[in-house]
Design a protein around this ligand. Structure first.
Ligand code: SAH
Length: 485
């Protein structure tokens, strides 16, 4: 019978991007994969092998270590290529050594594939270098969850006396006992500490503080396993090096593009649409109203996309002055072959100056809830204004928004791109009974707005503003944020 082989493979801290090439290749070639609960399911997406969850899963107990060892042996003896996937590195608190010993004992061929261990990667991905010149020149990794009654218990007093960085894996369930053991052992309660949950996963969380307070800080941040505790002055660096999380509240159609843009500026986007756009049917007299106008103005790329689906309207616009309020709206219009004029200043004065002597009647094609400040100003200049609402802006019921509100304290930057994104965020928080919590998070975060009307709305809602770009685009806002600290 063909002889099987077992590969003990480290899967890294979570993201499939952090698998080694060898791990990826073996996962693709495997006939059987044994994995457990630390593994990010996306790593096994599309894998064409027998997948065996040996960890705890709903309604079923995890296999004992002995049962896992036996299963590895059994599958290998059936002649299979077996991959035993483990979070992080197999030999760092992963019981990989025990599996290797049992395979060796049975004479089953096996190979080790090291993985990126969470002990180093989780702090790293949260902006904490485990060693740093002038701050820490050693790293100690211990388990925070020792089996009771073990004959070589950890000497917390000795650990407390060590300088450098201490990383405690499996550190959450006994966080309180371990922290007090360290303090009792002589570690200064003023030492900096951090807990990192799910490092390398999309839902990664970081909470930092002094050792004396880290237990309550972790509780407040609702840190759950898998998470590690980091103790040492290197934690300070996370203030500068942690990737900042930016909340993007735009409607679904604009989320992906905005998230990619935020990523290209080195930020971590948290997408949580607070509004949805609901299209309105175009009025029967649309064409007549377009023909009557000298100028047709668009105020958003969404409006352009909805209106210009209509072929006749597109042709009709070729003979009109087409105005775009904002460069991105302009790009959308150009993509339909139109040549919009863009005022230098996005105010009724700017628009009037641009249109002077050329236009008696302007038609706005835009959101039903669009700000009226441009129309009002134009009417004061004696220009007749017509307005066709293309879509309504409604509050979204997206679960991502509720999650964002609950975890608002995690957010470093809130980016507001319209009055309605702000209004409906606050409204939803109120419905959830979390308005005070949200306002508190907003006070501690950086708040960016795209332009004046949104700034006014935030002022009305009692939210302080830190950043407003000169140009009226999401990207300009990201650029301005870059120079703000
Ligand atoms: N072999 C693994 C560690 C297994 S012990 C490794 O090398 O990473 C399990 C512990 O690892 C968890 O309790 C937690 O403390 C830590 N851990 C694993 N993955 C983690 C992650 N993505 N973020 C934070 N901690 C993690």
């Amino acid at each position: 019978m063909a002889r099987g082989k077992v590969y003990l493979v480290g899967a890294g801290p979570g993201s499939p991007d952090l698998l080694t090439l060898r791990a990826k290749q073996l996962i693709d070639e495997a006939e059987v994969v044994l994995y457990d609960r630390l593994l990010n399911p996306s790593i096994l997406e599309g894998v064409n092998a027998e997948l065996i969850d040996v960890g705890k899963s709903a309604g079923r107990h995890s296999l004992t270590q002995e049962e896992i060892n036996n299963l590895l042996i059994q599958k290998a003896e059936e002649g299979k290529i077996v991959v035993r996937l483990k979070g992080g590195d197999p030999y760092v608190f992963g019981r990989g050594g025990e599996e290797a010993l049992s395979l060796r004992e049975r004479g089953i061929p096996f190979e080790l594939v090291p993985g990126v261990t969470s002990a180093i990667a989780a702090p790293e991905l949260a902006g904490i270098p485990v060693t740093h010149r002038g701050i820490s020149s050693s790293l100690t990794i211990v388990t925070g969850h020792e089996e009771p009654g073990k004959n070589s218990p950890l000497d917390w007093e000795a650990i407390a006396r060590l300088g450098g960085t201490l990383v405690v894996l499996m550190g959450i369930s006994r966080l309180e006992q371990n922290v007090s053991a360290l303090i009792k052992g002589g570690k200064s309660p003023e030492t900096l500490a951090a807990v990192v949950e799910k490092g390398g996963w999309p839902e990664q969380k970081l909470a930092t503080g002094k050792l004396a307070d880290i237990v309550s800080i972790a509780q407040k941040a609702e840190i759950k396993p898998p998470a590690i505790l980091v103790v040492g002055d290197v934690v300070k660096l996370s203030e500068i090096l942690a990737v900042k999380k930016i909340a993007i509240l735009r409607p679904n159609g604009q989320l992906k593009e905005s998230a990619e843009l935020a990523e290209s500026y080195g930020l971590k986007p948290i997408c949580a649409p607070s509004i949805v756009l609901v299209e309105r049917p175009l009025p029967m007299d649309l064409m007549q109203r377009v023909l009557d106008a000298d100028c047709v103005a668009f105020t958003s790329a969404n409006g352009v996309k909805l209106a210009l689906k209509n072929e006749t309207l597109r042709q009709c616009l070729a003979t009109k002055i087409v105005v775009s309020i904002g460069p991105i709206t302009g790009i959308a219009l150009k993509s339909f072959g139109l040549s919009p004029e863009i005022p230098e200043e996005y105010s009724s004065e700017g628009l009037e100056r641009m249109l002077k002597g050329r236009c008696k009647r302007v038609l706005f094609l835009r959101s039903a809830q669009g700000s009226q400040y441009l129309s009002k100003g134009l009417m004061e200049f004696g220009i007749f204004v017509d307005d066709i609402p293309l879509y309504d802006v409604h509050p979204s019921a997206d679960p991502r928004l509720d999650k964002l509100i609950r975890e608002a304290r995690e957010i470093d930057i809130f980016a507001f791109t319209s009055t309605s994104t702000a209004r409906f965020l606050v409204q939803r928080a109120r419905e959830l009974g979390l308005e005070v919590h949200l306002m508190d998070a907003l006070r501690n975060a950086t708040v960016a707005v795209i332009g004046q009307p949104t700034a006014k709305e935030l002022e009305r809602l009692g939210i302080r503003i830190d950043v407003m770009p000169n140009k009226f685009t999401f990207e300009a806002m990201l650029k301005t944020l870059r120079s703000y600290s």
